[in-house]
Structure formats: structure tokens, C-alpha cells
Design a protein around this ligand. Structure first.
Ligand code: BGC
Length: 442
């Protein structure tokens, strides 16, 4: 097996990792750990996990595009991310906590803004940081699922126009190749992008999120001494799509060239799209928001499905929540059945295996999270009974974190985080889902 020149061996980094991972073939060599319990009703080896994203939990992502935007005056961000959950330093405890709760998978992202702080300059120390995170997962028998890009990018990349710049394809491919070469032998599964279809999806929302973004981006451009500032969440949907599809394909090819032999997919933002009225644009929405990306996922090793709620689709926009339906903190309808509906729809569009890579709810009332999980997981079970190839359920999120423009108010965590002391406290929902994971079934 090849490895990055000068990189540490598994033994140097992985220390006490189970020999099943360290030396095995097949599933083991791709970093997938077998589920400990097989007594439940889910298939053996089913992945049960929780997810985070670097910018939302690590803290002090100083070199990122998002950090610049958070610190503009004025800004549309509710508050800056600051220390976030200090996961950059606290990952050993967080990973141990996740494993102790009964999970067998951790989905997290690596941060491009740390790994390539200046264009073409790569940080060996930051790559080693992520190697240590991967090693910690294996020590705790967690399969690591790595997202190579979860929304944020280096500020120099933003100053070049971000994803609206056609050169972003080469830039991302080079970063992905470098990171995969350094980390690949420890990766269990990977996704290139998190929700690259989001820019088009945002165009269908019942409310407009673009207010103030133009002025903010101009201000940020001036701050970084450029005439442009491209940020994924506010990107022109068509230009971003034109770059991100080939960028996904190039990154996938780079990851496939080793080291390691792990499945590579892409995860999409999806909702249970329900036609509201006879002139509903539901099919047009599906074609526009999912079409090209489902095709790309179909040519990858798996599709990552990320679902929070349903959408009632009117003629050219979503209609928003139906009066009387319970809402979450984000203003979405409480609709755990959306997951099953999306899995069933996706299975008609792709032949590759599916993983639920995000599913969750923002609430201060953890009993609603437990109920949401119970019904969502029952939906996955029903898909499995119907013969769908679903291989994992990964909850969003492991812990309360920085919810982008909304700041720290939304509570998505299985584990609560004290913003002052950083103390972690697992909620009952963490134990509930952890027990499901341990039993490998409801
Ligand atoms: C994103 C996460 C986000 C979550 C909850 C997903 O769209 O991948 O970064 O925190 O939804 O809104």
C-alpha cells in the first residue's frame, strides 16, 4: 500500500487500533468497522453515527471565507463562530463520547482553509491533525466518514471568486488530491461535497435568504483586497453548478487513486417534495435541484441523503409550513416521515447504495428529538424491508453547534454544549439513538 511521502505509518498514528482495521482486507481495509451488535433488525454492518462540520464545531477557522463574512460590519450573521465547540482541541473526548454512547460511525469534515492556507501552500501540520482525528476514530472502532468540503473554503479562494470561478475546478481537485494522499489510508468513506445542490434549492424556498448578501460580499471583497468574494452559500446557482459537478468528478478520481480504498459519494440537501395543487412545479423542482447531482451520485459509490422536513411545492416556490403543523426552531415543519419518502424517491433515481448522512431537528425540547428519531428510523426500517439499499443512519448533529447565519441559537445536538465552559452533556436523545445503534435496531 502506498502512502504519502514522509507521512506517519498507521502504527505510528493508530497505536492501539484493532488489528481488524489495521491489517485487514475488504471492508476492514476500507476502514469500515463491523457493527458490534447484530441482534437488531438492521443489516449487519449498518452504520450508526452522528455528524459535524469543521467550521461549525472546530472554532477559530480564521483563514476561511466564512470567518471574513462573520466579522464584517454590518453582517447578516447573527454572531461570529468564535471558539465554536473547540472541537479542534477537544476531538479526542468528543470521539470517545460518541463511541461510548454506542455509535459506530463519525461523520466530520476536513477544513480546506486550514489545509491550504495560501494558494498552493499546504500545511503538513494541519493534515496531520486530521490524521490524528481519523486515528482516534479507529481507536474507538468508529468508521470515519470524511466530508472534503462542507461549505467553507479558504479566503484566498473566495477572493478569486469562489465556485463562480471556473478555475475552482482545478483548485479543488488539487486540494482533494493532496488531502486524500495524506489521509486516504485511514478514511472509511468520503464525500466530496456536502449539499452542493443547495444554491438551487435556496431559490425555491418560500422566503428569500439573499437579502443583504450582495452588499456583504462586496464589503468582504474590499476587505480581502479583491474585486470579488465568492461564498458557496450565496453563490450564483448556475455558475456554482457548472464548477462543482466537474470538481466532484475530479476529486472523486483523485480519492480513487489511493492510498486506501474507500467508497466516495456526494451528499445532497433533500426534502420530501409534495405537490401542492394541480399546477405544482414539484417535478420541475426535482429536476432542477436534484437532477444533475443525482446523476453525479449515480456515477459515484453512494448517495448521501440529508433530510430535515417536507416541502409543499407551489407553482414556482415552496409554500411554507401548513398552518397548524408543529414547527422546529428553524421554522421547518416537524416531519420525520420525510426521510422515508426521500429514500424511496431517491431509490427510483439511483442504483447506488444510500446512506442517510444528515437527519435531525433543532429544538429546545429533547422529547421532540427522541420522537423525531423514533419515527425517522422507523422509516429507514420500512425502506429496508422494502428492499432498498440503505447502509447507514447518521444524525445531525453530534452536538449543538454554529448554525451559519443563525449563530448558536438553534439546538441540533444529541449532546448539549455549554457555551461558556464547553462542557458536553448528552441529552436523552443521545442515549436513545445510541441504544438503537448498540442493538442495531429499534
Ligand atoms: C448542513 C448543516 C446544517 C444543517 C442544519 C445542513 O444543511 O449540512 O451544516 O447545520 O443542515 O441546518
Amino acid at each position: 500500500m502506498t502512502r504519502a511521502k514522509g507521512s506517519l505509518t498507521r502504527r505510528e498514528f493508530v497505536g492501539g487500533v484493532s488489528t481488524a482495521f489495521a491489517l485487514g482486507a475488504g471492508a476492514a481495509s476500507s476502514g469500515a468497522h463491523q457493527a458490534a451488535a447484530t441482534t437488531g433488525s438492521f443489516p449487519k454492518g449498518f452504520l450508526w453515527g452522528a455528524a459535524t462540520a469543521a467550521h461549525q464545531v472546530e472554532g477559530n477557522n480564521l483563514n476561511s471565507d466564512e470567518w471574513v463574512l462573520e466579522h464584517m460590519k454590518p453582517t447578516i450573521f447573527a454572531e461570529p463562530s468564535g471558539d465554536a465547540c473547540d472541537h479542534y482541541h477537544r476531538y479526542p473526548d468528543d470521539i470517545a463520547l460518541l463511541a461510548g454512547l454506542g455509535f459506530n460511525t463519525y461523520r466530520f469534515s476536513i477544513e480546506w482553509a486550514r489545509i491550504e492556507p495560501e494558494q498552493g501552500i499546504f500545511s503538513r501540520a494541519e493534515l496531520d491533525h486530521y490524521r490524528r482525528m481519523l486515528a482516534a476514530c479507529h481507536e474507538h472502532k468508529l468508521t470515519p466518514m470524511v466530508t472534503f468540503n462542507h461549505f467553507t473554503a479558504p479566503r484566498w479562494f473566495a477572493a478569486l471568486g469562489g465556485w463562480e470561478n471556473p478555475a475552482s475546478v482545478d483548485l479543488f481537485a488539487r486540494y482533494a488530491e493532496r488531502a486524500a494522499r495524506h489521509l486516504g489510508d485511514l478514511i472509511g468513506l468520503a464525500t466530496t461535497f456536502n449539499e452542493p445542490n443547495l444554491p438551487r434549492l435556496l431559490g425555491w424556498l418560500s422566503f428569500d435568504i439573499s437579502g443583504g448578501t450582495g452588499a456583504l460580499l462586496q464589503q468582504a471583497a474590499r476587505a480581502v483586497g479583491s474585486d470579488r468574494f465568492g461564498f458557496f452559500l450565496f453563490a450564483d446557482a448556475e455558475k456554482a453548478l457548472a464548477s462543482m459537478i466537474p470538481a466532484h468528478e475530479r476529486a472523486l478520481a483523485a480519492m480513487k487513486s489511493g492510498p486506501g480504498k474507500f467508497p466516495v459519494g456526494v451528499s445532497l440537501a433533500m426534502a420530501d417534495e409534495q405537490a401542492a395543487g394541480p399546477d405544482s412545479g414539484r417535478d420541475e423542482k426535482r429536476r432542477s435541484v436534484y437532477g444533475a447531482w443525482l446523476e453525479a451520485a449515480g456515477k459515484s459509490d453512494f448517495l448521501g441523503v440529508q433530510v430535515y422536513t417536507r416541502a409543499r411545492v407551489g407553482k414556482s416556490k415552496d409554500l411554507g409550513p401548513e398552518p397548524g403543523v408543529e414547527l422546529t426552531q428553524m421554522g421547518y415543519e416537524f416531519w420525520p416521515e420525510a426521510l422515508e419518502a426521500v429514500l424511496r424517491y431517491s431509490a427510483t433515481q439511483v442504483k447506488v447504495p444510500m446512506y442517510v448522512t444528515e437527519n435531525g431537528i433543532s429544538t429546545e425540547d429533547d422529547t421532540r428529538r427522541v420522537e423525531y428519531i423514533r419515527r425517522a428510523v422507523a422509516g429507514v426500517q420500512s425502506c429496508l424491508k422494502a428492499g432498498l439499499d440503505v447502509r447507514g443512519y447518521i444524525h445531525w448533529s453530534l452536538m449543538d453547534n454554529y448554525e451559519w447565519v443563525f449563530g448558536y441559537r438553534p439546538k441540533f445536538g444529541l449532546v448539549s454544549v455549554d457555551r461558556e465552559t464547553q462542557a458536553r452533556t448528552p441529552r436523552p436523545s443521545a442515549r436513545f439513538l445510541g441504544e438503537i445503534a448498540r442493538r442495531n435496531g429499534l
